[in-house]
Design a protein around this ligand. Sequence first.
Ligand code: GRF
Length: 208
Amino acid sequence: KKLVVFVSGGGSNFRAIHEGCVQGSIHGDIVALVTNKSGCGGAEYARGSKIPVILFPRTKDEPEGLSPADLVAALRELEVDFVLLAGYLKLIPIELIQAYPRSILNIHPSLLPAFGGKGYYGMKVHKAVIASGARYSGPTVHFVDEHYDTGRILAQRVVPVSATDNAEELAARVLHEEHQLYVEVANALCEERIIWREDGVPLIQSRE
Ligand code: GRF
């Protein structure tokens, strides 16, 4: 299967997925990276790994960026099967969501539906978790709809929050699990092991 990854920042999840594809723990290939920041760490890594970089959306700072229709056309041209968002901070346009039904995933660094939605990104998520007194956090992989962090939950991992954690310490512990979880989920997608319960909840089938 052909994957495209969307990144705005350092891209450690993107790197984990790329390594998974190269090493064979994901039965798929990354055919492009999409970013709204051409200079971000993820884009640098893509260029270094000879992965095409697509700029999206078009902004004043990034005038080379594609329109939503051109982005969909570019992904069709590349025969993309699945879209993985990995720290991409812009809302996904409805054109893309309609073009790739049940095929776009995001990873979020909290146990959704807690600590999600607009405003909950980066360290803000972990600070809010610590301030709430929650004893557990962890990443969520979910399908993407037209809002932030509200699509159907596909997979989660539980990570303990320690009483002395600061946001950076918790973030590092969650990020470590993110990498493993996203690789597992990406491989389940590529192996067509996602099934949909009648009520619309997606489930991952384990390999028999
Ligand atoms: C991760 O914490 C992810 O959950 C969130 O953005 C962060 C991206 O980190 N959506 P990285 O760029 O993959 O290192």
